[in-house]
Design a protein around this ligand. Structure first.
Ligand code: MN3
Ligand code: MN3
Length: 326
């Protein structure tokens, strides 16, 4: 007897969050070709060589990381879904990751010379700490193991490990410089806040069904993994930012975002850093970002998603969905 192949039916939704996320993501669709990055060239020419190096190489790093998301991240999450709509959402996210990867490189391909562009790609394809970061995540994606770990890896990558790169355009945005490049980053932040929340939500549904022992085991793994990523991220940050003296500020910012990633996964924060500890100029850059705050609360049909954390004006990142109440 042939197993029937089922057509996706959007009139029969078992998880309204799938539909709400699909609608949100398709509504905010965008392309890099819409943003005139070349208008940043006047600001670019005022930067010294060290600041130019940082600006272009963080985008090289981000290009690598979203290449990973588009090629392996979503494909690995798609291997284990509960609904056909969840597959559709991952398909949308996967395409947008390709848009993101293209957009980061659009920035340095607009600002830098052809020789510099080649050097940036050579750098991102070989730099030790960047490659370590990408490989730690990639190894989880391609393993046969626990699909919950794949969701953890995806949320850590997008809500934590990207932020050492995001710091730079947000810093300049806070100074009203390089605004078109920042416009791209704002659109990406808007996407990532939905991705992190959605994947964290899917994680929490299954995590909550595990036995207490299994939950504890996974938590231990999760914090160990976060810590090993952080240790590498410290080295990456110093390697990129020591030359302009921003490393300590960037590290505060990434610890703050590591806590956000934990919140997306419904876990307790690890680091003491709070929004007020982060450079206010960077927070100012974030606060101008397009807001998605609280979009899940508009979802009807008996879902009441709690604990959208108030975040001191920075609503770039939706709070963890700690409870799923029926
Ligand atoms: Mn992305
Ligand atoms: Mn994403």
């Amino acid at each position: 007897m042939l197993e029937p192949y089922k057509a996706i039916n959007w009139n029969q939704i078992s998880d309204q969050i799938d539909k709400a996320t699909w609608e949100k993501l398709t509504e905010q669709f965008w392309l890099d070709t819409r943003i005139p990055v070349s208008n940043d060239l006047d600001d670019w020419r005022t930067l010294d060589d060290n600041h130019k190096w940082v600006f272009s190489h963080v985008f090289g790093g981000l290009t690598l990381l979203d290449t990973l998301q588009s090629q392996h991240g979503m494909a690995s999450l798609r291997e284990h879904v509960h609904t056909q709509q969840e597959t559709a959402v991952y398909n949308n996210i996967q395409f947008m990751e390709s848009v993101h990867a293209k957009s980061y490189s659009t920035i340095f391909e607009t600002l830098n010379t052809p020789e510099e562009i080649d050097e940036i790609f050579d750098w991102s394809d070989s730099e030790e700490f960047l490659q370590t970061k990408a490989n730690k995540i990639y190894n989880i994606y391609k393993s046969d193991g626990n699909h919950l770990k794949k969701k953890i890896a995806s949320v850590f990558l997008e809500t934590f490990l990207f932020y050492s790169g995001f710091y730079t355009p947000l810093f300049y945005l806070g100074h009203n410089q390089m605004n078109n490049s920042a416009e791209i980053i704002k659109l990406i932040l808007r996407d990532e806040s939905v991705h992190g929340t959605y994947i964290g939500y899917k994680f929490q549904i299954e995590f909550n069904q595990l036995s207490e022992n299994k939950q504890q085991e996974l938590k231990d793994w999760l914090y160990d993994f976060l810590y090993s990523l952080y240790e590498n991220e410290e080295k990456y940050t110093h390697m990129v930012y020591d030359k302009v003296g921003w490393s300590e500020d960037v590290l505060k910012f990434i610890r703050y975002n590591a806590n956000k990633a934990l919140m997306n996964l419904g876990q307790d924060p690890l680091f003491p850093d709070r929004a007020e500890d982060v450079n206010p100029i960077v927070m100012n850059g974030i606060s101008t970002s397009t807001s998605n705050h609280d979009f899940f609360s508009q979802v009807g049909n008996g879902y009441l998603l709690g604990n959208v954390e108030a975040m001191n004006d920075d609503d770039y990142n939706i709070g963890g969905l700690k409870e799923r109440l029926y």
